[in-house]
Design a protein around this ligand. Sequence first.
Ligand code: AMP
Length: 283
Amino acid sequence: MEIIRSTVEMANWVDRLLVGGRTIGLVPTMGYFHAGHLSLMRLAAQEADQVVVSLFVNPIQFGPQEDLGRYPHDFERDARLAAEESVAVLFAPTVAEMYPAGFQSRLKIGALAEPLCGRQRPGHFEGVATVVAKLFNLVRPSVAVFGEKDFQQLAIIRQIVRDLNWRVRIVGHPIVREADGLAMSSRNVYLSPEERESALCLHEALELARKRVRDGCSAVRQLKDEIEQSIAGHGGVDVEYINFVDQYNLTDKSSVDRETVLAMAIRVGRTRLIDNGRLFEGA
Ligand code: AMP
């Protein structure tokens, strides 16, 4: 596996590969790999000839009060894990490489960036979209793999690809969970044992909603009340949002159907966690 730190070297590597007629699968990440990241890498390897993983903690997607300065990192371990997944290139540019002095452009997103995390994190998705645009231009992947864990991000990227005619196929990967149901996240490392226990309320809420839907309840107001009560049973959890939304346009639903996704964000102590899922069996 090659480790590339400069944008010019990355672009040159891609030039050489594409001349040979081969395809690239890209997995954008912020590092501190867990089994979810590795699973995305494996999927990319099935979809393209060579896999490029980017590791870049993108400053322009963090708000001033967020965890940019303490985002977890362990480059040696990440490099070892990526190499074990037969990744061809780990692209880990510096901030100065990606945003040299004078950088000032942003991709502007429409309505999909407004609800859910967009409301809590102004500018976040424009920062994500901008770095993804740069990565796509540098790496020129035929396919890029993103996790459904960041469900709104995935919807926005799919929308941009359609809107701007980007020549890349976007593949979503299901959420990878710990044995007890907690969605894997690099940020889980922030959690104390008590907070880790409380964080299970997200998966429990999903399971509760699924059970109630199976039992025939589709009224969102009712389901939301029950979920709020269930989450209130866990200590130290602040709810940021609990929304039942259409999986494509992210607008709120009043009644659950096959397109409905339950999307949630909470704070446990200083840690912000998200989770989501469809509510119908096999949807
Ligand atoms: P991150 O490093 O957290 O920015 O995540 C990089 C990619 O991995 C994104 O596309 C995430 O949606 C995806 N990802 C993160 N956690 C998970 C998970 N538990 N299951 C599936 N995909 C994930």
